[in-house]
Design a protein around this ligand. Structure first.
Ligand SMILES: NC(=O)c1ccc[n+]([C@@H]2O[C@H](COP(=O)([O-])OP(=O)(O)OC[C@H]3O[C@@H](n4cnc5c(N)ncnc54)[C@H](O)[C@@H]3O)[C@@H](O)[C@H]2O)c1
Length: 273
């Protein structure tokens, strides 16, 4: 029996990186997954890997920033599996510029994906999670634990040159998390945030590799310049970046019964920065 056997989980941005590793790990521990991403091919690969390992997964693809997306994916989870127990708001990317050259569009797009989308996802999830909890309380006096995990970044707390938009959004999502924890505690829903340091994914790969994402008709280059990486390692106690699998472990913890009395918490996962 897995740690989260039978629980229904949505992980946004689970086609790649931290989200893909999280979806696979939650499934390994018994969760039934809605794998979601902007890109259908990697989302399909994550879901196929879960099914190949004996788990359950369906895909639901689209842009988390579209206003009708949250209700639709929550409906997909509830329609497929009969409920929703775990929501991991992970989808996102960076669009860096120094503050004096950052456009309104850069600001709004990054606030949109990292802050507005998690807010709307939680609001949409409430329709199922809170209602399930109310029914359980009416029937048995107590609701099953349910979980929201929002992904933040150390950029929010130390600042990072070029990331005014991202740092503001990732700080904002921690405030959002704490409000969810306060408002939904009585429904036994735990809401927590995880702030990652340097995890090796497409987001932190060599910018020279030319990975990009298309945003409102514009090509946004992904990755970071690899100069200065050795210096970066020196400020990490463990002396190296983390893997997506190492990032997924603490998310599983927060989604599991091991964390049923942990809520409103910000868990730093940065190798000891
Ligand atoms: N990698 C790091 O070092 C690091 C550090 C701190 C925080 N984070 C955060 O972790 C999360 C995952 O990032 P990652 O490093 O795994 O990057 P990644 O690029 O490997 O994966 C992110 C996934 O999100 C999807 N996505 C992006 N925008 C989307 C949208 N609008 N709608 C739906 N899907 C969308 C992408 O297609 C991609 O598959 C992000 O929120 C990121 O900000 C990452």
């Amino acid at each position: 029996m897995g740690l989260i056997e039978g629980k229904v989980a949505i992980v946004t941005g689970s086609g790649r990186g931290i989200g893909a590793a999280t979806a696979k790990l939650l499934a390994q521990h018994g969760a039934r997954l809605v794998v979601s991403d902007l890109d259908e091919t990697p989302a399909g690969e994550t879901a196929a890997a879960i099914r190949a390992g004996g788990g359950e997964a369906v895909t639901f693809c689209g842009d988390v920033t579209q206003p009708d997306f949250p209700a639709a994916i929550v409906q997909k989870a509830a329609g497929t599996y009969g409920g929703l127990d775990i929501l991991v708001n992970n989808a996102g990317f960076t669009w860096d510029s120094m503050l004096h050259t950052m456009t309104d569009k850069q600001w709004e797009v990054i606030i949109g994906v990292h802050l507005t989308a998690p807010f709307r996802m939680a609001r949409a999830a409430a329709n199922v999670m809170r209602e399930q909890a109310k029914a359980e309380i009416a029937a048995a006096g107590q609701a099953q634990p349910r979980k929201i995990v929002n992904i933040s970044s150390i950029s929010a707390f130390y600042g990072n040159a070029g990331q005014a938009n991202y740092a503001a959004a990732k700080a904002g999502v921690v405030g959002l998390t704490r409000v969810i924890a306060r408002e939904w505690g009585r429904f036994n829903i735990q809401a927590n945030a995880v702030s990652f340091g340097w995890i090796e994914t497409r987001l932190t790969a060599d910018k020279a590799q030319g990975e990009a994402i298309e945003v409102a008709g514009e090509k946004v280059a992904l990755g970071i310049p690899q100069s200065g990486l050795e210096v970066r390692k020196q400020i990490i106690a463990l002396g190296r970046p983390g893997t997506p699998e190492e990032a997924a472990g603490p998310i599983l913890f927060l989604c599991s019964p091991l964390a049923n009395y942990v809520t409103g918490h910000l868990l730093k996962v940065d190798g000891g920065r």
